[in-house]
Design a protein around this ligand. Sequence first.
Ligand code: OXD
Ligand code: MN
Length: 592
Amino acid sequence: MLDEKDIKSLPGSLVSWVYEVKERTKPDKVYWCDGSDEENAELNNLLTNEGKWIKLNEKEYENCYLYRTQRDDVARVEDRTLICTENAEEAGPTNRWMKKEKAFKMMWGLFDGVMRGKTMYIIPYLMGPENSDFSQVGIEITDSAYVVLNMRILTRMGQVAVKEIGKKKKYVRALHSTGDLSIKNRYICHFPDELLLMSINTEYGGNAILSKKPHALRIASVAARDEGWLAEHMFLLEVSDKKRKNKYYISGALPSASGKTNLAMIKPPSNFNEFEARTVGDDISWLFVGKGGELRGINPENGFFGVAYGTGPSSNPNILESLKKNTIFTNVALNPKNNTPWWEGLSEPTELLYDWTGTEWHTGNGKEAAHKNSRFTTPLKQYKFKSKSYEDPNGVELSIMLFGGRRSSLIPLVYEAKTFEQGILLGAMTRAETTAAQSASTGIVRSDPMSMLAFCGYNMGDYFKHWFDVADKVKNPPKVFNVNWFRKDEKGNYIWPGFGENFRVLKWMIDRVDKKVNAIELPIGFIPNIKDLDLKGLNIRKEKIEELFYFDKQGWLKELNEVKVFFKKFEKNLPSKLWYEFDKMYKSVQEY
Ligand code: OXD
Ligand code: MN
């Protein structure tokens, strides 16, 4: 636990807030987290004694635990996620809004006495590397030991953060309670002008680990707008080419549960051995314009909160070893024979398992054993294929940025924006089929600009304008691409094999950056000459590849008309530059 000296070194306003929260929530105990190993062991014991924490086989899964959240609390809840400001216009047409005063009143009402009989944990945390101008600090108060243990992996917390809080001008205050987990009163409220978060009656990661989406995206996106940078739902990947002796940093936005973590941890196919891919981050990037006019990025997180379901030797071989120690598994299945976790895609299931709810499960019963949005929380530090630069206070310089989403038709495997400004349009017009992470019906095509629909803390019309403002300051912008690994043929089968083979597409992007290959111009951007895609060792017919790039003019006009309906929602907030880029593309498709 932090001692009195540490607590005294924190800003007085922060400590007063902690005492105010204590007075209102009335916990039995107060505990200031220091992030030490002893503290970790204590919390593990506590949760184990409460019967909520299943210690996994120590030989195979060293210091790993399994946790089950309540059955109706397994994903983010977008309709309960509120932006609370003075005016609805500040939140914009894509966010759920509540007037600030009303939300305060409602939330303090719900928090009144909510921690009776519980311990209130206070977690100072740091987002981003130590000693970095780009990093931010916060303090989360929670009554959930599970949240503390997750924060311990996903952020730099405790003593290190206390030191950094002293150096920063601002800090985020985040308050969470498990409450009684009732859906009726489940809310995740964001007060961007107050740098304040309040979340109650949920324990699911994205709703309760407030450093992540609530701070690092929703609150940070507002700060980014005000300060001239970008807080994005993007991974950061380092690709080094031993032959060219060069390093390329790629940031990419893909909607939740669309293989973003897999791409961030990609293992190049065996015949690409001059390349090495290393992860800087798998989910969130903060991007800044550097002194030389370059775009730089840091990963504010310190671990991965990845989807377990579907993670296995073919989708993400690199992560598997990392999951064998110091990892929390949430809502996966359990093999009771040897106390190991299991989920679909990991291996062949054994005859008998306990499913994610703890119920007996037998092979062939037609049900899923792990929840589709089951998760692993695992430290970045122990990941074998991490890039050293994840700790670089100055971040990395981007040469490639990509957008994409899950689309079974129309969108090519890859295409390149003609300019950075057109790249902003590609990001803004991203539409994708929904997945299990969003707690909505799955498989519906919806607009998800820059994969930020659920994460932009202010009016997305202004957000698009902000992107153009940042673009004005970038002198040597990264090349922008759009990708779609999910196109299907007329029989409904995926055409492209995906996973590690996606590296072939990244390699083409790198060749474009180095001006090694030409490309074919379409009204929407540039697509590869098929001969320039390295397909060696892939068993796929040329006609199939051509199908991946087939340009359907009528389909594109329909797509653009639907995008236009979405853009119109933003009315006067939509920047003229976006309309200009849109009209230019529309016209060239019409004339094609
Ligand atoms: C996540 C998400 O948890 O996008 O990363 O839902
Ligand atoms: Mn995400």
